[in-house]
Ligand binder design. Structure first.
Ligand code: 13P
Length: 249
């Protein structure tokens, strides 16, 4: 049985004060939610405040990106040890906005995955195809390339520490959610890749989250699919009430 994970990716939203106010509202709403893991991913500047507010609860904090080096002359970058110090337990890597707006490559994502694991941070690795790739029947080919690119150098034990998120780019921020069937089909394919690359056991333990216009009114249908082990929520995770309804699907 795979324990569901509901994660909120705040993207470039919320100051420290807003993060504290959000957590104060969220905590009582999910205090009895034992059926899933809850993760929030604030922007860098609000990580420590959010981690502080989450203390004593089951909510864990993840960052949205990080550099692979421990330190160095990399203006504007943040390292994995810095995230650990700020109270993070995980880090989102390879989000489509990083890949497409900031030109992140599979090669760099692989280095980040390695660095996260070496620093005891759980990577939440995102993969997903663009609309024209889906329309050209390239979805599986793209997913395979991103999967291999991120995980080629990992051992099976490394791999068991990862969360995968399938986020079709055409569904992100568009209100156009993938149907539960479309999402489940991609998840099934990703699990097959995990089985081929690692093992049947690791593949069946792998948790794959769906992301892309997840809302309180579509989470139930998505979670009804056995292949879908949780959600990575953008816009609807910014409001405590709405995020709590998704958590309590
Ligand atoms: P939306 O839920 O706003 O579509 O964003 C999804 C996402 O990118 C989560 O990482």
């Amino acid at each position: 049985m795979r324990r569901p994970v509901i994660a909120g990716n705040w993207k470039m939203y919320k100051t420290q004060a807003e993060a504290r106010a959000f957590m104060a509202k969220l905590l009582p709403l999910v205090a009895n939610s034992q059926h899933c893991e809850i993760v929030v991913a604030p922007p860098y500047t609000a990580l420590a405040a959010t981690a502080e507010a989450a203390k004593g609860s089951t909510i864990t904090v993840a960052a949205q990106n990080a550099h692979w080096e421990k330190e160095g002359a990399f203006t504007g970058e943040i390292s994995m040890p810095m995230l650990v110090e700020a109270g993070c337990q995980g880090v989102i890597l390879g989000h489509s906005e990083r890949r497409h707006l900031f030109h992140e490559t599979n090669e760099n994502i692989a280095k980040k995955v390695r660095a996260a694991l070496d620093n005891n941070l759980r990577p939440i690795v995102c993969v997903g195809e663009l609309l024209h790739e889906r329309e050209s029947n390239l979805t599986h080919a793209i997913l395979e390339k991103q999967f291999e690119g991120a995980f080629a150098a990992l051992t099976a034990d490394d791999f068991s520490r990862i969360l995968l998120a399938y986020e079709p780019v055409w569904a992100i921020g568009t209100g156009r959610t993938a149907t539960p069937e479309i999402a489940a089909d991609a998840h099934r394919y990703l699990r097959e890749l995990a089985q081929k690359r690692f093992s049947t056991e690791k593949a069946s333990a792998l948790r794959i989250l769906y992301g892309g216009s997840v809302k309180p009114d579509n989470i139930k249908g998505l979670m009804a699919q056995v292949e879908i082990d949780g959600a990575l929520v953008g816009g609807a995770s910014l409001d405590a009430q709405s995020f709590a309804s998704i958590v309590n699907f």
